[in-house]
Design a protein around this ligand. Structure first.
Ligand SMILES: Nc1ncnc2c1ncn2[C@@H]1O[C@H](COP(=O)(O)OP(=O)(O)OP(=O)(O)O)[C@@H](O)[C@H]1O
Length: 579
């Protein structure tokens, strides 16, 4: 059952129709077979039994019957074909969407551990293998046994010794395939790994082409890509090289049934224990019976390989995502960290952190690079849950709030703004797709991006390259602030850009941020003097611990880490406070 579950990526019911049709069409194929046996009998009879005449009329009827079954088979195979492909493509289309949706809900920690190329390949490549499994492999595998089973039961009635000789090697061939399936799984798994690695290296190569050109690294990166292709080639050869002979031996074993049967048949014939007619029937059946079985053996190997791909999909779908309640969020929106310890899998990044970020206030988080500032924002957004301690919003534990429900109340403005390959207008409306043009325009005006948008060839309908590649860093920042303004969430998490901006851009972004944070609870990773000075509270982190906190003047007066960072940056003429 698990195999069927895997090969269909968790939709075994989808196999029902294709398998049923395949069984029916193979069942229909038994009729012409039976008609041919009857024709052989009619043709041979006058020669074997003197006095009997050739029954021509019956032969014409058989001819007509063969033509009719050919037409019937053709007509029944069309819906069979259609249902198999439709079922398979449906499973793949729905499954791909379901998997993509599932990925969105998984904790970021899981996603950062997985290679994006690996996940992309799973959604596209593995589902293609599932498609083939549903449309081709399993129906054919099930159908392949219909004719041999009928033949076996018919032949057993005719002469059990000949029938046994005909199928003598079948159990050995099947056993061989089943025993070797573990080896097949192992080889298949490392082949799949090599395939994924090559896909990942290719993606890395394509993504990094710009950097590689700039640093003249092309040769070095290409070596890695080339190496992955060579490994894939070796794995493919190993897979075919080891498993191919197993299949060929199993096929050879099966076909050995025919000479064995002829050998026994001749002896029985000479001994007078088998009639010429019966022998002729066995010869006809013997030449036809092995093809579906040998095809099934070849299919079986592919089937096991594709089943592994389906298994990977099922495993990913079983990966638990964060859950929680969707009850209305508390009115009082204070965010409290109580003895929070958190790490990304290794050493803790935040250690026993206890802080309060009061509702309606502006809290700045500062500290040296790597001290855990962005991690604090990620925990508030519930991209991850703490390892120890807990975070509450208005007294309710974040770990008990459904992540998507929580994020409705949060606007996040990241440093590295990602824009989708869509129009500028739609990118701004991302957090509130139902917003009107007028609302989008107003948000853009407040975020100081309306003017530059209007200078673009198609205004708000101008398409943006993937990731926002067609816009400047400052423009992307302001678009993301417009997004947050339009979303109008009560809690704003802001990771200010560290990249140096020209004074004009800098001033405009500051104005946009001022507009965004009005009347909201704001947590900002502050790199800008102005934000830090005006903050209600400044939290200073050092190696994941709270070093000190307070307002700007008080922290300067206490001459701790904040004052040291401040002086350092004043001396260097910069205004960044985080590093
Ligand atoms: N996804 C991740 N997986 C593993 N480690 C991570 C991950 N993200 C951050 N870290 C590590 O956690 C530590 C804190 O990172 P964080 O981004 O919170 O620091 P930060 O204070 O915001 O730094 P910066 O000012 O340079 O942005 C760093 O040592 C970083 O290497």
């Amino acid at each position: 059952m698990k195999v069927l579950h895997n090969i269909t990526a968790g939709n075994p019911r989808q196999l029902l129709k294709p398998v049923l049709y395949s069984l029916l069409s193979n069942l229909a194929a038994v009729f012409p077979f039976a008609l041919i046996i009857e024709a052989v009998r009619l043709i041979f009879e006058p020669y074997i039994s003197p006095g009997m005449v050739l029954q021509t009329e019956r032969l014409w009827w058989i001819c007509g019957g063969l033509a009719a079954t050919a037409v019937l088979m053709f007509l029944s195979e069309i819906p069979a074909y259609r249902s198999a492909y439709r079922g398979a493509y449906n499973v793949a289309a729905q499954g791909r969407a379901e998997l993509a949706e599932h990925l969105r809900k998984l904790p970021l920690g899981y996603l950062t551990r997985r290679d994006p190329g690996d996940l992309a390949n799973m959604i596209m490549g593995d589902f293609t293998l599932v498609e083939t499994g549903i449309s081709h492999l399993l129906p054919q595998l099930a159908g392949a046994f219909v004719l041999p089973l009928f033949a076996l039961s018919g032949m057993l009635m005719l002469d059990f010794r000949m029938a046994l000789a005909m199928f003598a090697a079948l159990p050995f061939a099947l056993l061989m395939m089943i025993l070797s399936s573990r080896l097949r799984r192992r080889l298949g798994a490392s082949h799949m790994r090599a395939k994924l690695n090559a896909a990942n290296r290719l993606q890395e190569y394509l993504n990094g082409i710009r950097v590689m050109k700039a640093y003249n690294l092309t040769g070095q990166r290409f070596v890695r890509l080339e190496h992955s292709f060579k490994t894939l080639m070796k794995e493919s050869i190993r897979l075919e090289g080891i498993f191919g002979p197993v299949i060929l031996t199993a096929m050879g074993l099966l076909r050995a049934g025919l000479p064995l049967m002829v050998y026994i048949g001749v002896h029985l014939l000479l001994g007078g224990e088998l009639g010429v007619l019966q022998f002729a029937v066995f010869l006809v059946v013997g030449t036809r019976i092995y093809d579906p079985l040998t095809n099934a053996l070849a299919n079986y190997a592919e089937f096991r390989y594709n089943e592994q791909a389906g298994g990977r999909i099922v495993d990913l779908l079983n990966e638990p995502f964060m859950t929680g309640e969707s009850a209305p969020l508390p009115q009082n929106g204070d965010i409290t960290f109580r003895n929070v310890t958190f790490g990304y899998g290794g050493e803790p990044v935040l250690k026993d952190l206890s802080i309060v970020l009061p509702q309606g206030s502006l809290t700045a988080i500062v500290g040296p690079s790597g001290s855990g500032k962005s991690t604090v924002l990620r925990l508030i957004s519930r991209f991850y849950d703490p390892n120890e301690g807990h975070i509450t919003l208005g007294g309710r534990k974040l770990s008990e709030i459904e992540p998507e429900h929580l994020l409705k109340a949060v606007s996040v403005v990241f440093q590295d703004v990602y824009l989708f390959q869509d129009t500028i207008g739609n990118n701004i409306a991302f957090g509130r797709p139902e917003a009107s043009h007028e609302e989008i325009r107003r948000a853009a005006e407040t975020a100081r991006c309306h003017d530059f948008i209007m200078k673009l060839p198609m205004g708000y309908d101008t398409p943006v390259g993937e990731g926002g590649s067609t816009l400047s860093g400052g423009e992307k920042q302001r678009i993301s602030i417009a997004r947050a303004i339009l979303k109008d969430a009560p809690l704003v998490l802001l990771d200010e850009a560290t990249a140096s901006l020209d004074p004009q851009n800098e001033a405009e972004i500051q104005q946009a941020i001022d507009a965004l944070i009005q009347g909201r609870t704001v947590v900002v990773i502050a790199h800008r003097l102005k934000t830090v000075r005006g903050a209600d509270n400044i939290i200073v982190l050092e190696e994941g611990r709270l070093a000190e906190q307070g307002r700007h003047e008080a922290l300067l007066a206490s001459e701790g880490l904040y004052a040291r960072l401040w002086k350092l940056q004043q001396q260097s003429g910069g205004f960044r406070i985080s590093s």
